[in-house]
Design a protein around this ligand. Sequence first.
Ligand SMILES: [Zn+2]
Length: 390
Amino acid sequence: MHLHGVTGPLVAALDIGGTKIAGALVDTDGRLVTRSLRPTPPGGDGETVMRAVAEVVGELRAAPQWDAAVAVGIGSAGPVDAVHGTVSPVNVPGWRDFPLAPRVAGAAGGLPVVLAGDGVAMTAAEHWQGAARGYDNALCMVVSTGVGGGLVLGGTLLPGPTGNAGHIGHISVDLDGDACPCGSRGCVERLASGPNIARRAVESGWTPPAGAAPTAAAVAESARAGDPLALASFDRAAQALAAGIAATATLVEIHVAVIGGGVAGAGPVLFDPLREHLARYATLSFAAGVDVVPAKLGTDAGLVGAAAAAAQGLASGAGARRSRGALQRCGTSCRGCRISRTWCAGVLVVAGSGRTASGAGARRSRGALQRCGTSCRGCRISRTWRPRCW
Ligand SMILES: [Zn+2]
């Protein structure tokens, strides 16, 4: 089965959350070539959950296109520790400091593994192919059961030292506000996540439409019908998101805020008050005028983003301990392919451009990376890849 006439390199992508474990082989244009899916074992111990991950990887390995896989990208619910390759997802209790990256590397036959938080992965996807495309400075957010996010600054995904940068859900926008499960108070997530939108509406006396459960989607339905209690709960969530976006714009000068996740599906009920509040909070000239737009990629954003993060070599993984998560020129030519610019991402060494999936370099190499088979003298990492047409 060769969909799309795949001939170039592929990244095996994993999107791991509290509900599902999704996998795919992703090509250099962001297309999903083959897929695998398992439910996340509810309440399972660490090894039970890992078995489901290994089954997903096993299905990908069984695909005829697996031979073209050059790396594994993981987008996981957080917190993640991309320096040590471990994860401790709040909604996967069996995993605390679980060594996910090395375990996946083992299941994947030793391919290099890049681990990122799911917010960072979503950001990579939206910047590559979605609503942040064309922006060099962007905040992308997932507003769902929790509130996560990631940053693109100067045209580059910025995962931070441990892969959690841009986690806007846990900055405080209400100094003496409600206690947050993270230990802080008044976090954006405590005000704007779906469960908290529903909780606040119920506490104010709102009741869901007949036959509906008290969810954020039901609150949105009531708000669209003009229910003042439902509108007030969404307005408060929008206010919290606006304060967080304004703080981000003031700190690092973003030009777009992309909002995805189930709560973003509320549409104008969320986005209209959000833009109004943002205009009141982001007042300085360099922070004002941020575009607020819904995410474009749907449920595949996690997979596409995990592949993008891995291909760009910018998220941290097993090899990040060598490079501290930063793409750096190692300054020597490769003995094998004798190309004079060798860039070290800690896990992948891509001669020529340092990128495999986006940017000017990708258009030249267009899915044509080859393993040249030697280690780099500069960084002494044993896998060196080069674009065939460089
Ligand atoms: Zn918090």
